[in-house]
Design a protein around this ligand. Sequence first.
Ligand code: NAP
Ligand code: FE
Length: 363
Amino acid sequence: MWQYFMPTRIYFGERCIEQGKDALKSLGKRALVLTGKRSSKENGSLDDLMKVFSEIGVEMELFDDVEENPTFNLVRTIVSEFAQKSFDFVVGLGGGSPMDTAKAVAVLLKNPSLKVEDLYDPSKYSEALPIVAIPTTAGTGSEVTQYSVLTDDAGFKRGFSHPVLTFPKLAFLDARYTLKLSEPLTRSTGLDALCHAVEGFLSKRATPISDLYAKKSIELIAENLPIVLREPENLRARENMLLASCLAGMVISQTSTTVAHALGYPLTTFKNIRHGEATAAFLDVVVEQASMEVPEKVEFVNSILGGVPNFLKMVGFNVRAEINEEELEVWTKRAKNAPHLQWTRGNFTEELIRYLYERVKIH
Ligand code: NAP
Ligand code: FE
């Protein structure tokens, strides 16, 4: 038995915010826009959005201080700053960080009695403000997923989701916004998308539809990630990466992510390694471990990528971190108990997980 649900209306292509203005207008008159400090002002996306808002008569408030890897405290700050005002919808403009923050804020503004911790129990809420997502990285796919990944007060990344309310209502994907992404950000976000596609494809929760998207996404990334790293302003290749990350988001909206994501989280929050690279550090083993159970899928992944290690080498991946004994122990236990393991194929024993962290460690 399988089901398929992905309720986001996607607008894809040059100037798509302008093209989709009627849909935006239907969401109401007052918008809260969440974005990062700089990039959306430099890549044209914020200007495009503000222009459309003024054409359709939407008033907006801007919070432009969303940091990478949003924390519980960031969400608390935004909610307390805007709780007294009324909004019809919330826009997350930028990478996964502003989009994920928008999902949390959309629930909490509509449910003033809830705390950020309550987001993790979706039975506690049945309403949220509508969410609009405008990605400016080609990576997380958060524009088409129900997930939001926040860093809790102890410094650990934890995803929450609601089966319906935290899916964006509208997503606007215009690859022009991604043309100036730096090489490290292009690499890291592209690898995040690749991990979503491959982890979802090999997940025990994969479905016939998610597999179609996953295969296409893997093919697009294999071809286009090397191109955008070489030719950052190649719009066609940037569009292909944005499509690939969106497809990969649709994959994980059905399958969730698997053990590579669970293992990568502490490398990001405690060692400052970007999410995509922190995750990709474990992708080869996800593929290896699946080879007994789904050999034909593993064969597909390896034939398209030429093997995960080769592909990572080709795109210039290199991740190392200082990890002490206590961290090794705590992270290993945490990863072993992560829900992600339920749908990961193979046998990720404590020994294997510890070895995988040892592999990343600077000796
Ligand atoms: P991000 O954390 O949103 O942003 C990283 C950096 O990229 C920021 O410094 C940002 O600058 C810059 N940036 C964004 N767009 C840019 C552009 N077009 N040109 C130049 N610079 C740009 O990065 P991300 O990788 O997209 O998101 C990572 C987050 O998403 C993590 O917290 C991860 O856990 C989460 N995630 C969520 C899902 C999901 O399903 N919801 C899936 C995977 C990962 P500014 O701050 O100036 O904007
Ligand atoms: Fe991810």
